[in-house]
Design a protein around this ligand. Structure first.
Ligand SMILES: Cc1ncc(COP(=O)(O)O)c(C=O)c1O
Length: 338
């Protein structure tokens, strides 16, 4: 298996507590379920994304030609990889590996730039080679959880360079202070996803935001009708006032769960990386992930992320009663070490 194509869902198994997949736990909200069910009435026609894209654009205060609906953020990585014959595409690691895998699959030679542990995995825009014509960065970054300030991300911009910011987890950060959505006309493409925050990985709904020229060119790359009727209904539903209120509630809950998780890890002597994502990158030490697994707890391995090794794991932020199971298992695995 290509390590770049390893994902958290492969860590799951019967009887294991899932702390490996960063989807908000539980079902989607009732209003979203209802929108998905109601969309069944429309599946007799080919989907047309125009109306949903208008709703998303107005939700973000942007023009209608700045939005492309996609089958999850994942589809966007392939479209972007094929958009141009990139001469020097750069992926800032450690980050979600699909953009790197999509570039390799498109036959591009990828340059990696590393955010280093000794500086808290912060982004150094000057570390990106000047001749990079494509730069992909995640914010907040999976798996480090680090939230790069918007002005730092914008320092990646150069004439003739496309900067892609994967904001698949931005809605988990209350108030989204670091989003670069208002700057998409500056040579940025922003990716957003419904998957995590709304607990709908199976729907495959997301979108990208960018300048009208880039969006039009990406649209030409896209397979016709690739975003389903249900996914388009979900996009519209998630732009409602009801969704805005629930999105903020979910972000607040995740922030509290994260704080509790990091404090709990610290209490049992486990170092973690400060961040703002709905998961935590923790340094457990080699071998402890396997012992956690044997104790019934699945966390995400991190040795498949360029720049990390098997001493690191990624742990999903969950309600305190769930984190308590992890802490008990960690205490047990610490006892097993002595
Ligand atoms: C950082 C990041 N970006 C994008 C994706 C893909 O999301 P989607 O389900 O919208 O394709 C993931 C999924 O794990 C992710 O972690």
């Amino acid at each position: 298996m290509d390590p770049l194509r390893h994902h958290g869902d492969a860590e799951l198994g019967p009887g294991l507590l899932d702390l490996a997949v960063n989807v908000f736990p539980g079902p989607p909200p009732a209003w979203l379920r209802e929108a998905l069910l109601a969309a069944v009435a429309d599946v007799g026609a080919y989907p047309d994304a125009t109306a949903a894209e208008r709703v998303v654009a107005s939700h973000h205060g942007l023009g209608p030609d700045t939005v492309l609906a996609t089958a999850g953020a994942a589809e966007a990585f392939g479209l972007l990889a094929r958009l141009r014959p990139w001469r020097r595409p750069v992926v800032v690691h450690p980050q979600f590996t699909e953009p790197h895998a999509a570039l390799v699959q498109a036959g591009r030679e990828v340059t990696t730039v590393a955010c280093r542990a000794d500086v808290g995995f912060s982004l150094d825009p000057d570390a990106v080679p000047d001749d990079a014509d494509l730069v992909v960065v995640g914010n907040p970054t999976n798996p480090t959880g680090v939230l790069h300030p918007a002005p730092v991300v914008r320092r990646l911009l150069r004439p003739g360079r496309l900067v892609v910011v994967d904001e698949a987890f931005m809605d988990a950060v209350p108030g989204e202070p670091a989003t670069v959505v208002p700057h998409v006309d500056e040579g940025l493409v922003v990716l957003r996803s419904l998957t995590k925050h709304w607990s709908v990985p199976g729907v495959r709904a997301g979108y990208l935001l960018g300048g009208p020229d880039v969006v039009a060119a990406l649209r030409l790359e896209q397979t016709p009708w690739s975003v389903s009727t249900q996914a388009l209904a979900a996009l519209v539903a998630c732009c409602s006032e009801e969704a805005r209120v629930d999105a903020a509630d979910r972000a607040r809950a995740l922030t509290g769960w994260r704080a509790h998780l990091t404090a709990s890890l610290e209490a049992v002597g486990v170092e973690s990386v400060p961040g703002a994502a709905p998961f935590v990158l923790a340094r457990l030490g080699a071998g402890r992930r396997d012992r956690l697994r044997a104790a019934g707890v699945a966390v995400r391995r991190c040795d498949t992320f360029p720049g990390l090794d098997d001493t690191w794991v990624r742990i999903a932020a969950r309600p305190p009663e769930v984190t308590a199971v992890l802490v008990a298992a960690l205490a047990g695995s610490a006892r097993n070490l002595t």
